[in-house]
Ligand binder design. Structure first.
Ligand SMILES: Nc1ncnc2c1ncn2[C@@H]1O[C@H](COP(=O)(O)OP(=O)(O)OP(=O)(O)O)[C@@H](O)[C@H]1O
Ligand SMILES: [Mg+2]
Length: 150
């Protein structure tokens, strides 16, 4: 699917945020600067809006690896694993624990091979101009067949 603009990306992110619940995994896959953090920011700000809270700043977790957001009953863990080089280092980040029932949004998830129950993979690619992107979606568990809904 072609994403024509930032506004269009925001619209797509809304459909996803409406269905997002604790326990879900969102994997964001794509080159440097393609829009993974921008997409995460839209998702988190949509959720804040939906729950009647003020939008907060959503920074890239490139250096911190993780930023957390409490949005009423939702807890969001936003990771950027770009700087992680070995799967072993992931052990400390609690990414595989599905027991903690948080929403995990993960940029650069390539090292994660663990099977996860409810996962939405979002693949982003550059498009024909600087505002355009291509998006592909693959879902597992509750997100299976979700690609037909956006
Ligand atoms: N349609 C679009 N979708 C996403 N980003 C867009 C779009 N059009 C322009 N942009 C711009 O592209 C940039 C994407 O940067 P962003 O930090 O979100 O990328 P990233 O994939 O998280 O990079 P990194 O790999 O460094 O984490 C932003 O400046 C954003 O405004
Ligand atoms: Mg980023």
């Amino acid at each position: 699917m072609i994403v024509r603009s930032l506004e269009h990306l925001k619209q797509i992110s809304k459909t996803i945020s409406q269905k997002l619940e604790n326990g879900d995994y969102i994997f964001l896959i794509g080159e440097l600067g393609v829009g993974k953090t921008t997409f995460s920011r839209y998702l988190i700000n949509n959720l804040q809006n939906q729950k009647g809270l003020k939008e907060t700043e959503v920074l890239s977790p490139t250096f911190n690896l993780l930023y957390e957001y409490e949005i009423k009953d939702l807890k969001i863990m936003h990771y950027d694993l770009y700087r992680i080089k070995k799967a072993k280092e992931l052990d400390y980040l609690g990414i595989f624990s599905e027991d903690d029932k948080t929403v995990k949004i993960i940029e650069w998830p390539d090292l994660i091979k663990t099977p996860l129950t409810n996962k939405l993979e979002i693949h982003l690619e550059y498009g024909q101009n600087d505002k355009e992107r291509k998006i592909k979606i693959y879902g597992l568990g509750k997100w299976k067949d979700f690609e037909n809904e956006i």
